[in-house]
Design a protein around this ligand. Sequence first.
Ligand code: FAD
Ligand code: NAI
Length: 470
Amino acid sequence: MTTETQFDLVVIGSGPGGYVAAIRAAQLGMKVACVEMRKTLGGTCLNVGCIPSKALLVASEKFEEASHSLGNFGVKVSGVELDLPTMMKHKDDVVKSNVTGVEFLFKKNKITRFTGKGSIAAPGQVTVTKEDGATETVTTKNILIATGSDVMPLPGVTIDEKRIVSSTGALELAGVPKRLVVIGGGVIGLELGSVWQRLGAQVTVVEFLDRILPGMDGEVSKQSQRILAKQGLSFKLSTKVTSAVASDTGVTLTVEPAAGGTAETIEADVVLVAIGRRPYTEGLGLDKVGVELDERKRVKTDHHFRTNVPGIWAIGDVIAGAMLAHKAEEEGVVCAEVMAGQSGHINYDAIPGVVYTWPEIASVGKTEEQLKAAGVNYKVGKFPFTANGRARSMQATEGFVKLLADAHSDKLLGAHIIGASAGEMIEELALALEFGASSEDIARTSHAHPTLTEAIKEAALGVLGRTIHM
Ligand code: FAD
Ligand code: NAI
């Protein structure tokens, strides 16, 4: 069946990229539809990603505080017990309110929703295949591919979402595993590893490289590993998993040095595979319409998110760049604006990244390694939270603020924070980067006392060689 209505834009995928693009396009006066194969809107992020993981991170942090840290503040707590079903209900409720929030926004913006799998029949034609196999073809001026990403499989390790889980299964475990092995010391591994470690699991992170959080500033990644190890996570770096055999009682993993060498086995109750995500383009019919992919099977676009086929655009995890919800959102907005004839631009250097462990790890702009590789002459300003009054009052003195500025112009080039609320604090530095601020600009901006953000001002003073409180 073919729908009579001609749309200006049909978005395939309702994640942070797709739903934001749909709303922005509707605001600009376009007639918009969105095709989503899940029953709920919001994509990976709202259903099985950012939102449920953060709900469990917050809840498990409260359990950890009640079990171990509140006593240090003179708050005596006894009989602390884990009620995992209620914790999971909290997570499910948060997801539900977020996904229904997107439903509301679709109605408010008069966006037509199609539930089913979208495929591109031809430029200007999207076919929706519903659960019962019925199909409907929608005609449109523009098609936006916002189909996101999926779990990267690991050869020799079959995910069954019970004993060997992806992040999706790790958000739904029915009980706390005694021994959890996490394959991959990246963002998912550390966040979800932290959740289950706080709830009582012995967590071992097996990482192929010689460091966790590759891509983050090297000093930050080293310090993060030290802090997380103190909390009880163990790390097996430069190690590769060659097989995982699940049984009714657990999983036997075979690992060996990444560079080759003697194999050993590790026993686990649950294994989490978190070695990255890959673009999701399955069943979209891209080869049929001739949309080009790059060497990593991501949809190839220009700076304005146009694919090589006129009228077909792509954004978010399915194209190149960081796989982050807010990156997908920015792209969604700019893409809709360009479609509407406006101009748009994204400064990828000012997109922050946050790891929601305790303490949080946040970063924006260049790392020291990147500046060295580019031959940039830079200065460093660093300030530890041990010297910050607010951090002391919170007993949250672990970590530091590190700023990198151009040695000649003093322009801020990168900012890296490990500390409580680092994810909130990094935004000041994203704004500074966006506005081309210097460390002098940050240092001369009044920061309320006593706040954690004073550590940012002090780090900026540090770049200039004139810290006050150290
Ligand atoms: P997605 O959110 O993946 O949405 C794509 C949607 O398209 C999906 O709903 C899918 O069902 C649908 N779809 C795919 N193909 C079709 C089709 N053919 N027809 C119809 N529908 C289709 N990022 C952060 O910034 N912060 C975080 O804290 C964070 N935490 C995360 C935690 C976890 C456990 C995971 C897995 C990811 C996390 N991310 C986080 C990453 C974030 O979820 C992604 O970067 C973001 O969701 C990408 O948005 P997107 O719109 O490109 O795609
Ligand atoms: P990742 O890319 O962050 O980390 C994967 C890790 O696995 C890397 O350290 C890599 O070296 C390692 N690895 C790869 N192959 C391996 C192997 N065979 N054996 C052992 N280790 C191996 O990917 P992750 O953690 O799966 O997350 C996927 C995406 O989701 C990321 O791109 C991230 O941006 C996004 N995400 C973002 C979050 C946030 O912003 N807070 C939270 C969770 C996910």
